[in-house]
Design a protein around this ligand. Structure first.
Ligand code: DQA
Length: 144
């Protein structure tokens, strides 16, 4: 059976492509997800992608992952990265290994973006590689 990988995008990532293009670039979320689907076929893994602007919905999806066979999570929690104990607890609760992705290099930006509630429990963190970060994370997850 193909490895099941969940890719979760948090708040405002639905605006990728138009949102602050000087920070996040011109690639849309639909294009990111399409590229991941293509790459998943090449790698022989099953990828599901989802986006929500709502913390509780992200928590619900992570909890479901705990019993629907997801083996690896790739998460860009957006601003919730810097605020959400609930997302941290959900990820710890299901104990599914995950990689944290950020399109921008959060360490080059405002100090409040330097702290993440997710990083110390993540297998790894990718920041600043633009949309390629998701692709790198998927390649890593497929080999994990
Ligand atoms: C982000 C970085 C966060 O600080 C920000 O709140 C986002 C996007 C990124 O992908 O670079 O919404 O996670």
């Amino acid at each position: 059976m193909a490895q099941r990988i969940l890719v979760l995008h948090g708040p405002n990532l639905n605006l990728l492509g138009t949102r602050e293009p000087q920070v996040y670039g011109n690639v849309t979320l639909a294009q990111v997800d399409e590229r991941l689907a293509e790459l998943a076929r090449t790698l022989g893994v099953a990828v599901e992608t989802g986006q929500s602007n709502h913390e509780g919905e992200l928590v619900d999806r992570i909890q479901r992952a705990g019993h629907d066979g997801v083996q690896f999570i790739i998460i860009n929690a957006g601003a919730y990265t810097h605020t959400s104990v609930a997302l941290r607890d959900a990820l710890a609760g299901v104990a599914i290994p995950y990689v944290e992705v950020h399109v921008s290099n959060v360490y080059k930006r405002e100090p409040f973006r330097h702290h993440s509630y997710l990083s110390d429990q993540a297998v790894g963190v990718i920041a600043g590689l633009g949309p390629f970060g998701y692709e790198a994370a998927l390649r890593f997850a497929a080999a994990y």
